[in-house]
Design a protein around this ligand. Structure first.
Ligand code: GAL
Length: 664
């Protein structure tokens, strides 16, 4: 049987039937249907119930759960339980535990207690996945799979175990073939670090001071490859026994320890877990934003991830057939895991859902069905209260389900004119050599993303590949550190306006300074050389001649042939440079400078941007234009969009409001 991709957009929920008495299951299923929920994710943490003793499986409870859900027409997303190996397995195979950078083995008693490199554990995962895939692969209620849960959560990608050491040595031997080649690539002549055999190489933890950055980067690449292999093992097994059922995995917010594009090669659907208020509290680190957006979330952070994971969903099946979901959506109530766990503002939950649907999500699945009264997540709200009665999130589902009947955007969003490149290895390079304490690839890309959203644009976040940028009108490559010749050729041939941010092209594949110095291969398109980089404290920004500042990061540039200096800093150094279609910003421009600099480039590129009121954001989806109000005041949209009758919402958009216009 083959399942067609979902053509409409709908709701789901993460359910843990094993947490509740079986007598309750019927009521739960009935209530789910009444709320408009169609997809139910189950199973992802239940290994010790599926296999209570080694080799002794108990599927009865899961069979019955499937039957109850099926009887109510609900579709099941089945998770493999490999994020929570049972105690008996850990006791049999103690060296499967992940080891922290301090060399201490991490213990049993929560979750994700495994090392990706451990081949014995992988065999166990293959075993349980095979059992499940054979048993449920053709079940009529089964709609999709989820492999494991949140790879890398709780800092588990980099593990300094014996298994990782053995795997890493082997990986290096395959990559470099000889220690001479490795010594040259890593520059081991520095501090007398030459190796005579691959067996002499250790993991890059426990060094007296900073380890060789090329060593750290290769260990990071190796570790990322282990996640890819771990996922592929399960995907292959599922595909062999469960034909036509798509395979998904749930990624996280602001998490870059493995290459998600690479993992996505083995997924049919990319999904992610969106917790706007938790991220605002824990990940943004900006007091002003925190105060401003408390209760609704950062207007660009979660949307950035929708766009990033949409790109991941397109890796295997291409742009046209790309698929992505929000597998866990904050349930319109406080969470348990941030420093402070705020209530959502009125309307915030609805805004989150519509922002994701407008970005092309097929399914938005809430975490979780019912707030548990036991265990680690007792204080995490669900759609139901711990006593099983409806909470705010349950009512929200009903409201959304009703709205979806009259307004369905398009799950596969059209290609945007503007592409913004996000690259995992660049993120890792910045981690190992940030130069400024607050510098990161993600931060650089997010700054441009914010500026593009402030200009009312829908943006595709893409990997640095020729296919991803073809046909774009403007391509942004902030801090894309390792540029390949192929990508430079594609940029050169693309015809798009190109905006490169600081430190683009700065390093080669070995993590050494690029030949010809930064911006390395980009010099083929703009003849400049970065001779110095300074990073600066937040209290010492540099004014630009025409307004705004360079803050935190500034480069000193040697100007070559055919390069125009568009603007200097007030202290007299070139800051904005242009050659043909390429603009280079020699520093980290603040928001006002970015807005001022980017918009004329968009004009040149022929991209229509919008001068939006503050806190308003827009997403175009087919012939629908969604408008969101992340602010605290009602905003009159007529001034910006004309006096039209909305397909949904009002032209006087309330705080947390969503308005949808039909556009031709
Ligand atoms: C996610 C995780 C879920 C649950 C949730 C709580 O990171 O996948 O299992 O822990 O967070 O917000």
């Amino acid at each position: 049987m083959s399942m067609d991709p979902i053509k409409t957009q709908t709701l789901g929920v993460c359910y843990y039937p094993e947490h509740w008495p079986e007598e309750r299951w019927e009521t739960d299923a009935k209530m789910m249907v009444e709320a408009g929920i169609e997809y139910v994710r189950i199973g992802e943490f239940a290994w010790s119930l599926m296999e209570p003793d080694p080799g002794q499986f108990d599927w009865d409870w899961l069979d019955r759960s499937f039957e109850v859900l099926h009887a109510h027409g609900l579709k099941v997303v089945l998770g493999t339980p490999t994020a929570t190996p049972p105690k008996w397995l850990v006791d049999r195979m103690h060296d499967m535990l992940p080891v922290g950078a301090d060399g201490t083995s991490r213990g049993f008693g929560s979750r994700r207690h495994y090392c990706f490199s451990h081949t014995g554990y992988r065999e166990e995962c293959a075993r349980i996945t095979t059992e499940m895939a054979k048993r449920y692969g053709d079940h009529p209620a089964l709609a999709a799979w989820q492999t494991d849960n949140e790879y890398g959560c709780h800092n588990t990608v980099l593990s300094y175990s014996d298994a990782a050491l053995a795997g890493f040595r082997d990986w290096l031997a395959q990559k470099y073939q000889s220690t001479d080649a490795l010594n040259r690539a890593w520059g081991n002549v520095f501090w007398s670090m030459n190796y005579r055999s691959f067996d002499e190489i250790e993991l890059p933890n426990g060094t007296v001071t900073q380890a060789n950055p090329s060593h750290s980067l290769d260990f990071h690449r190796y570790s990322s490859d282990q996640v890819v292999a771990f996922n592929k093992l399960q995907s292959d097994i599922i595909r062999a026994h469960s034909r036509g059922r798509p395979v998904s995995h749930n990624y996280m917010g602001k998490f870059f320890d493995f290459d998600h594009y690479a993992v996505s090669e083995d997924l049919d659907i990319a999904t992610w877990d969106a917790y706007p208020l938790g991220f605002l509290e824990r990940e943004i680190g900006d007091e002003d934003l925190l105060k401003k957006y408390m209760g609704v979330g950062d207007p660009d952070f979660d949307p950035f991830h929708h766009d990033l994971y949409r790109a991941c969903g397109q890796v295997r099946n291409g742009q046209e057939n790309g698929r992505w979901w929000v597998m866990e959506q904050q349930p319109y109530g406080p969470l348990n895991w941030a420093g402070f766990n705020h209530s959502p503002r009125d309307g915030a939950g609805r805004l989150w859902v519509w922002e994701a649907f407008a970005a092309g999500a097929e399914v938005i699945s809430f975490f979780r069905w019912r707030q548990p009264s036991f265990g680690q997540e007792q204080m995490h709200e669900g759609l139901l209260l711990p006593d099983g009665t409806p909470n705010e999130g349950y009512k929200l589902c009903k409201e959304i389900a009703k709205e979806l009947k009259s307004l369905a955007p398009n799950p596969s969003q059209a290609r945007a004119d503007v592409a913004l490149v996000f690259d995992y290895p660049s993120q890792w390079m910045m981690k190992y050599m940030p130069h400024g304490a607050d510098a990161s690839h993600f931060d650089s890309v997010l700054r441009y993303y914010r500026a593009l959203r402030r200009a009312g644009l829908s943006v595709d976040i893409v990997p640095p590949t020729a296919a991803a940028i073809s046909g774009r009108k403007a391509v942004f490559i902030p801090m894309l550190m390792g540029l390949t010749p192929e990508f430079i050729a594609a940029l050169g041939a693309s015809g798009a306006q190109i905006v490169a941010g600081p430190w683009t092209g700065a390093k080669d594949q070995n993590f050494a300074i690029s030949e010809g110095m930064a911006p390395g291969p980009l010099q083929a398109l703009i003849d400049i050389k970065i001779r110095r980089v300074e990073t600066r404290r937040a209290f010492a920004p540099l004014d630009l001649e025409n307004g705004g500042t360079l803050a935190g990061w500034r480069e000193f540039v040697v100007i070559g042939d055919g390069v125009d200096v568009l603007e200097n800093t007030k202290d007299g150094y070139p800051a904005v440079l242009r050659s043909g279609k390429v603009t280079y910003l020699a520093g980290r421009a603040d928001a006002s400078a970015l807005d001022r600099l980017i918009r004329p480039i968009l004009d040149t590129a022929g991209v229509d941007w919008i001068d939006l009121p503050e806190d308003i954001r827009v997403r175009d989806n087919g012939d629908l234009r969604f408008i969101f109000n992340y602010g605290r005041e009602t905003v009159d949209l007529i001034q910006t969009f004309g006096n039209v009758t909305p397909a949904m919402g009002e032209m006087q958009i309330k705080p947390c409001g969503v308005t949808c216009l039909k556009v031709s």
